[in-house]
Design a protein around this ligand. Structure first.
Ligand code: AMP
Length: 282
């Protein structure tokens, strides 16, 4: 059984033993309700480090006032089994008041690249993410930390934060894991009713069409966005939040593609907000 630790002194003590033995440590930060996407991060971490820590923490700071914090899916028993099959050595599962005690006044804001895409409709989201990830880095001091490309803006923001704050943890990006029919795996997929689950396929389908258009020589972002929008609007259950084509590091919108680009979208299907993206090179 993998040990589950809930306090900062406990996890620091466990990590100190490993550090003394000069073991390398990989961290996989998650909000739990784990799936194969998370597992791919854990397996990669297990392959590249002597010890792997998974944090499971539904971080209240990254949820907006009308978002799904309360109903966010949780299943600790299943999560432990999932970690066991993926070479994890320790689970850090703190309570909210451990991470954010009564006196807590600090947030970390990465400017610029948090303003567009998800930052527009979720204004405090990335400050919440950066604050919790920075705390996890300070508590665990991992050599490497693993993040999925599914949350491409989050990855860019975390990379910026670690560089700007001289955090000596290497950020490792892992590919998007999808269901067989193309839907990007997400803890939130559980919310989808059968007809919504079917409609959600238009997300990855529209991105594949854009990817193909780029492969066929299309370089105009406006045209690519129209390709995606046309496909998404075939599904009346989908409400588009954004369709953006940006530089993968700066997250700045690109009018024309010349080099690497990220094609990203967010949409609501019923009450469920889903994101997806594809990286292309023109
Ligand atoms: P979450 O629990 O949703 O906060 O996700 C924790 C980590 O798993 C983040 O780095 C995500 O980008 C990553 N992740 C979530 N879903 C996927 C997926 N389908 N493929 C790859 N990585 C993922």
């Amino acid at each position: 059984m993998i040990p589950i630790l809930g306090t900062v002194p406990e996890i620091r003590a466990a990590v100190a033993v490993w550090k003394k033995e000069r073991m390398s440590i990989g961290l996989v930060p998650t909000m739990g309700y784990l799936h194969e996407g998370h597992q791919s991060l854990m397996q990669r971490a297990a392959g590249e480090n002597d010890r792997v820590v998974v944090s499971i923490f539904v971080n209240p700071l990254q949820f907006g006032p009308h978002e799904d914090l309360e109903r966010y899916p949780r299943d600790m028993e299943r999560d432990v089994l999932c970690c066991e099959g993926a070479g994890v050595h320790l689970i850090f599962h703190p309570r909210s008041d451990i991470m954010y005690p009564h006196e807590f006044h600090t947030t970390i804001t990465v400017n610029g690249l948090t303003e567009g895409l998800c930052g527009k409709s979720r204004p405090a989201h990335f400050a919440g993410v950066c604050t919790v990830v920075c705390k996890l880095f300070n508590i665990i001091a991992p050599d490497k930390a693993y993040f999925g490309r599914k949350d491409a803006q989050q990855l860019a923001v975390i990379r910026r934060m670690t560089q700007d704050l001289n955090i000596p943890t290497e950020i490792v990006a892992c590919p998007i894991v999808r269901e067989q029919d193309g839907l990007a795996k997400s803890s939130r997929n559980i919310y989808l009713r059968p007809e919504e689950r079917k409609a959600a396929l238009a997300l990855s389908r529209s991105l594949r069409l854009a990817e193909q258009a780029v492969a066929d020589g299309e370089r105009d972002s406006a045209i690519l966005r129209t390709v995606i929008k046309t496909e998404l609007t075939t599904e009346p259950l989908i409400a588009i939040d954004y369709i953006e084509i940006v530089h993968p590091v700066s997250m700045r919108p690109l009018r024309n593609l010349a080099g690497p680009a990220l094609i990203a979208l967010a949409a609501c299907i019923g009450k469920t907000r889903l994101i997806d993206n594809v990286a292309v090179t023109a």
